[in-house]
Ligand binder design. Sequence first.
Ligand SMILES: [Zn+2]
Length: 385
Amino acid sequence: MPNSLPSQDIRQRDSAIRIGVDMGGSDLKFGATNLAGDQVLVDELVKRSSLTQGGPQKTIAQTLDGIAEVMQKTNTQWANIADIAVTVPCPCSADGVIIEATNIGTAETKELWKVPFGEHLAEAVKQASGESIPVFCCNDANAAGQDDDFARFGLSSDNRSSVFITTGTGLGGCVMADGHVVFGLGQAGELGHVKPTIPVRYAARFADDPHPRCGCGAVDCVEARASLKGLVRRIEWALSEAGADVIRQQLAADGRTLNDETLTRLRELATRGPEQAAYNVRTFADRDEDAFCRWLLEDWAIMIGALFASLAPVLHPNLFIIGGGMTEMSPAARDWFIEVVRRVYGEVNSQSCFASRTGNCEIVWSKSQDQGWRGAILMAIRSGR
Ligand SMILES: [Zn+2]
């Protein structure tokens, strides 16, 4: 099971608290719960602007500082902290070793991050306090999945199975089987790197870009299309004359019309870099119901539908849950998006046992409250800590 340091007697104390840290590339957020994990003890989260670019040592010093403020707010001594749970925005092993400093560190500091961060933080805590406090690390997608699960089911450990994904810069996930989070050796749930089979009827849409390369180095990963990184790559083709013509024809075949004004606006934005155009696709697809932008985001929906379909026979879950940036769309746009996911899912899975319906492989939006620090605490609890 994850983590390295022994448990302590303080678990027996009623006053013991758990500290959660959400380490992001832009800020660090700190919160605390009671030992059971069902009461939040800090009204307003403690925040620090992230120093992760400066490497792990600076981040450890900052984490100790944030924890000190949580202790002050909760009137807690070091000896009453049961454990510290940290989410990191990158792959980390079951024992808290940062495997790849994806969203933290610079070209100079990335290598410094490939350390057993959990152990180093625990050592720093011991030096500062004299206490051996266990530190648990997990990646942020797992924490977001646990935050969603808590929003749905509280602390219940009923016998449920679910697949949670985050949509955003990349595509991460969290898998629960029979009421337990699946850790594997640490990276279980990295669903962005599954390579699902796409129904043949979508071959024409991907004909100019049949095997996109993922940031991991492989081709055909879900994340290579269903992510902002994938969209940035895709939009350069989509805004070219040839790409726009293909999309125009496909929309026409579907009874939809490409709005040339959108194309012009996106091309103008793209003169400042493809990212600038890609950042606006979701807004235009949502607010303006723009056909061109919806066609681009349908890439994501198709990949997600195919991903869920390929996982259904492996896990046969109660729920497939879509979280992250896509949840920020309006209800109408969410309805449009999830219908495409459900349609593709149904096109791949024809067996009735895997049909998506209430309680059985049901495809739903996340209820996560974006409380990664709390998700990390739940991960720690559910890992048996
Ligand atoms: Zn990949």
